[in-house]
Design a protein around this ligand. Sequence first.
Ligand code: SAM
Length: 275
Amino acid sequence: MNAANASPTGSHRARKRFGQNFLQDQGIIQDIIAAIAPQANDGMVEIGPGLAALTKPLLDHLDTLHVVEIDRDLIARLKQRFPATRLHIHEGDALAFDFAALAQQIHSPGRLRIVGNLPYNISTPLLFHLARAADQVQDMHFMLQKEVVERMVAAPGTAAYGRLSVMLQYRFYMDLLFIVPPSAFSPAPKVDSAIVRMVPRPPAELGAKDEELFAQLVGAAFSQRRKMLRNTLDAFFSADELVAQGIQATARAEELALADFVHLANRAAAKAQHT
Ligand code: SAM
């Protein structure tokens, strides 16, 4: 290991199963902190603090910071390095962590700020888990694989547009802020990464009367993306019913906009009420 690789991880051996790629590029770290723009009394939680590449500069701005970390060795290091009065460590799996409860506990209802260089191996389930707490959240800033961020912000009719795009665009405004190359990390991942900002949309804008049904319908539509909607949505509508709603029965899921999915889900909800 050369000196450039040795410094960020020190004696810690990066664990692949925890998706550990530690940020080492100080310029990129400063860019991320500038994008987050932490204010002293923010109610903020960082997912996966690791060796504190973001934690330390965040704490330079914040009075206190909450972190959720799964790796006990890293937790031991964090405890040694930062006083418990300023860094509140939650040991465990972010996928099982109750972010909405934390927002209440730290008196930041609706104003929780969530940040992190996320473990890429759990990024999709983690994004869905976080979406369920969206009404407690002010904003979220994450590092993810570039390809995942491109799927999140994709427009209809593009190859990247899918279930992840529709479900997250339903709940959040999202912006890809900038790309981060593999050389910014140790160990270096194989692919580019990107920083995404996610801001929850106001409840009045959401529009799905039954969000469970909306999720089921979007999931069914994209379950086989090459198939026509008259096949993938046959549990919800006949081909004639699709046409009656202005949707071509021969179209594929990737051709529908978010508003089309919301409309279809509301029609399906109304239909279910009348049967
Ligand atoms: N924030 C550090 C940085 O930027 O250098 C580390 C980022 S590393 C990509 C991901 C971090 O998430 C690691 O610290 C890892 O141990 C932690 N992690 C992995 N899976 C986790 C999980 N399910 N819940 C909480 N933390 C997790």
